[in-house]
Design a protein around this ligand. Structure first.
Ligand code: PAZ
Length: 327
């Protein structure tokens, strides 16, 4: 028998890594509830539309995943991400007419809360004569806008928020979301802004109880998280428009790394950003373009996500049109 060629070999390795990851992951607590909410959300947004073919739906991922070190987790390895990118992008996607599945890290930034202080509950309100609680004048407008806009998006079925903490929850939820998204073909978009763990401790190799601090060296073996972007593109939702992000701290390697990810995972675009300038500028890398997108500095409250989502929404429309022609 011939030896398998390199790419078949790699695929088999990836498939077995993916299987091992999901087989060992602790099952999601509320899986049936999530599936029910998702199916309802996608059905609702597939009926209603301006053009009769259903609304475009984007899954925005946001915040960092944790990789637990203990099953009854006290300590974990975290990934940097405040969730600002995902939350702000969600608002602009809603403005652009999308329905948004917001898959976010518990406790990270939320859509419509940008103008509020860090601790809104304690800072936006003041107490008079003991029990009479009122909104502080300075936050009155921002708070009202946040509550009204958030309520309108959720109540009209345009925003579905699903929280995660661990890499196990995140990848299981992404897979669950992909299933109904696959059925809507090119109308679906994945906008993967979450910072996802590269390494994790498989559940079966993890100690159950809190690691004791007896020795000077913490000896924990982390293994690579399977490259799920390939699986998402190839199997989970092959017709969806897929945008991933690349974060680097060294601007000299950023664009090459983004280009590498574009090709390796067959993304439609990779948004390249550098840690210190990520709120000012990003570069959208596609197969034939590198487009620099900047925040409009002449407007105090403009965000880089404003022109970014406009650009991606246009590209997505062109992709949908293209898919109709080639069908
Ligand atoms: O969440 P945030 O606004 O603080 O930062 C956003 C970001 C830098 C995490 C995001 O733009 C990004 O690049 N995500 C992918 C990170 C990665 O390369 O894995």
């Amino acid at each position: 028998m011939d030896a398998p060629n390199g790419s078949q070999d790699t695929e088999q390795t990836l498939d077995s890594q993916v299987k091992a990851f999901f087989d060992s992951a602790p099952p999601l607590q509320n899986m049936n509830d999530i599936i029910q909410k998702l199916n309802h959300f996608i059905q609702l947004n597939s009926l209603s539309s301006e053009n009769g073919i259903g609304r475009r739906i984007v899954c925005v991922t946001s915040g960092g995943t944790t990789a637990p070190l203990e099953q009854r987790c006290v300590r974990y390895v975290d990934n940097f991400s405040s969730g600002h990118r995902g939350a702000t992008s969600t608002e602009y996607f809603l403005k652009a007419g999308y329905a948004v599945i917001f898959l976010y890290r518990r406790g990270s930034f939320q859509p419509f809360c940008r103008s509020l202080p860090d601790d809104p509950l304690l800072e936006c309100f003041e107490a008079f004569e003991g029990l009479n609680i009122q909104v502080r004048e300075a936050y009155s407008k921002a708070l009202k806008t946040a509550i009204v806009d958030h309520h309108a998006a959720v109540a009209s079925g345009l925003l579905l928020k699903l929280p995660f903490s661990t890499i196990f929850e995140y990848l299981q939820m992404l897979q669950i979301i992909s299933k109904p998204m696959k059925d809507i073909g090119p109308r679906a978009m994945f906008y993967l802004a979450a910072a996802v763990s590269d390494f994790y401790v498989p559940w079966k190799d993890m100690v159950e109880h809190k690691i004791q601090s007896g020795s000077h060296i913490l000896d924990v073996k982390l293994v690579q998280v399977p490259k799920m972007l390939s699986v998402l593109r190839k199997d989970w939702a092959p017709l969806a428009f897929c945008i991933s992000f690349k974060l680097e701290t060294d601007s000299n390697i950023l664009l090459n790394k983004a280009r590498g990810a574009l090709e390796k995972y067959n993304m439609h675009a990779v948004v390249a950003n550098e840690l210190s300038t990520r709120k000012e500028q990003v570069v959208v890398v596609t197969i034939d373009d590198k487009i620099t997108v900047q925040r409009d500095k002449s407007k105090a409250d403009d965000d880089v996500e404003n022109p970014l989502i406009k650009l991606l929404s246009q590209r997505h429309s062109a992709y949908i049109e293209d898919s109709k022609r080639t069908r």
